[in-house]
Write a protein that binds this ligand. Structure first.
Ligand code: GLN
Length: 501
């Protein structure tokens, strides 16, 4: 394998800047890697080498001409397939959008292109980002590079596995209940869900609009910071976009200092239901942070117990109305019904054929939760719980600057293991969902390997809204402590993939 593709993005942009490597060479190395491993990993739903290489060649030409370029110019990147791209199909993992090529670029994609980052391809996801494993993708699951019989997390398992298998140095994901952080946790990568509104969702195919955020995936904290700095910032096309800048995440990631920081351990997110190896690594990191001068405090968030229940009313309610637009008229698939093709019957036949089982389950649940007799009882009650969770966070952040917990209760499970049991699948997100309900930022950082199975474990950091920089500061400091102990990055413990093709 080319040594180039193992490097962090921060090193690659330096080499590009000094002219020691070209973007074409770097992009080609990643495309070669995909040719060699992606038939096993299946990170991508769509790749087009010629578009990526011509974007790379354009940057090389402009650099050679002495043009002043963006810091990240020439760095290739992969994008989750629920962000619209004018030069590639955008399916959101669904048959109902198969073959649809959007008429506009998502704002995040626009910023990526304007800065001169070649897009390597569109990554796999659970259909409409509903799931924790990519097994609900209509185009087949992605696999975990640490063990190909296991899930790479979801919904953004394409973006986590693409980075973990060295097919891309960085990727973009989206997180509605944990879809950036859970995949990062089980693949030994870094994933960050920014503050709600920090990154534009214009051109993100909406799942649940009050919860969705776009964010970075990478192999180290600084690289995620560089990407967040690129994609964040006000966007007039997104009415929920924050007007102000949250500062430089890269500067925060370079501080490497946690002295005097108050770090709160969330009592409710440990113990029962959490795998022993996950808890062991978590406790070790708490000790490391303490030794580095952080003050460790215990905080209690009693209403987190109801977070999953509230989420699975709010999310389906919002999703059922967001997905109503897939009606056979405006986008993608159209199926002819048997008998008389009235508009209603065409719609019904198309939605029956175009949506998978998890999407149908949630549309039914959401429609019911919003129906006139049940609205107050279900949706209204869930909104009250959401407020209580926000208050839990507010109280916890009085005592602590940053909160920590394991990102997920377990390491990566086997493909197929939870497919028939929706509730077991939903429980993976127990630690990640509260941040979406409260709109606060959350990051998953590699936290060692579990004793039982040798698989990656993640630690989650949470900060108050708009304080994303704290996550990068603590995350990078903890990562440095780990790398000093291990003598290498966590991703360097991953087994070599068999190269074919
Ligand atoms: N696993 C969660 C769900 O199925 C989270 C999804 C997400 O963040 N997009 O809803």
């Amino acid at each position: 394998m080319s040594e180039l593709i193992r490097k962090n993005a921060s090193e690659l942009v330096e080499l590009l800047g000094k002219g020691e490597i070209s973007s074409v060479e770097l992009t080609q190395a990643h495309l070669d890697r995909s040719m060699a491993v992606d038939h096993d990993v299946h990170s991508y739903l769509h790749q087009d080498a010629s578009t990526a290489l011509s974007a790379a060649a354009d940057i090389d030409r402009r650099r050679a001409a002495g043009e002043k370029l963006h810091l990240l110019a020439g760095l290739p990147i992969a994008v989750k397939d629920n962000l619209t791209t004018t030069d590639a199909p955008t399916t959101s993992g669904s048959k109902i959008l198969e073959g649809w090529v959007p008429p506009y670029d998502a704002t995040v994609v626009k910023r990526i292109r304007a800065a001169g980052l070649p897009i390597l391809g569109k990554t796999n996801l659970d259909e409409f980002a509903m799931g924790s494993s990519t097994e609900f993708s209509a185009f087949g699951p992605s696999r975990n590079p640490w063990d190909l019989t296991r899930i790479p997390g979801g919904s953004g398992g394409g973006s986590s596995s693409v980075v973990a298998s060295f097919q891309a140095p960085v990727a973009i994901g989206s997180d509605t209940g944990g879809s950036i952080r859970f995949p990062a946790s089980v693949t030994g990568t870094v994933g960050n869900k920014p503050t709600y509104g920090a990154v534009s969702r214009y051109g993100l195919i909406a799942l649940a609009s009050s919860l969705d955020q776009v964010g970075p995936v990478s192999r180290n904290v600084l690289d995620s910071a560089l990407i967040q700095d690129l994609i964040a910032g006000h966007d007039p096309h997104d009415s929920t976009s924050l007007p102000e800048s949250l500062g430089s995440m890269a500067d925060a990631a370079r501080k490497l200092d946690v002295k005097g920081m108050r770090i709160g351990v969330i009592k409710e997110l440990m113990g029962e239901g959490f795998q022993p190896g996950v808890m062991n690594r978590f406790k070790e990191s708490v000790n490391l942070l303490q030794q580095a001068g952080a003050e460790i405090v215990e905080v209690s968030c009693p209403n987190f117990e109801y977070a999953i229940a509230a989420y699975y009313l709010i999310l389906p309610a919002e999703a059922s109305s967001n997905l109503a637009k897939f009606d056979s008229v405006r986008f993608g698939l159209r199926v002819a019904p048997e008998g008389n093709p009235t508009i209603e019957r065409v719609m019904a036949a198309t939605r029956e054929a175009g949506f998978g089982p998890e999407v149908k389950r949630r549309i039914i649940l959401g429609t019911y939760a919003l129906s006139s007799g049940s609205y107050e009882h279900f949706y209204g009650a869930a909104l009250k719980v959401r407020t209580l969770i926000q208050r839990d966070f507010a109280a916890a952040f009085e005592k602590a600057d940053v909160l920590i917990s394991p990102t997920a209760p377990t390491t990566a499970f086997k493909i197929g293991e939870k497919l028939e049991d929706p509730l077991a699948m939903y429980l993976n997100d127990i630690a990640t969902i509260p941040a979406n309900l409260a709109g606060i930022p959350g990051m998953s950082v590699p936290n060692g390997l579990a004793d039982e199975d040798g698989l990656p474990v993640g630690i989650q950091l949470l900060a108050p809204a708009r304080e994303d920089a704290r996550l990068y500061q603590v995350g990078a400091a903890l990562e440095k402590m780990h790398e000093d102990i291990w003598g290498k990055r966590m991703i360097d413990f991953a087994p070599e993939l068999e190269v074919r093709g």
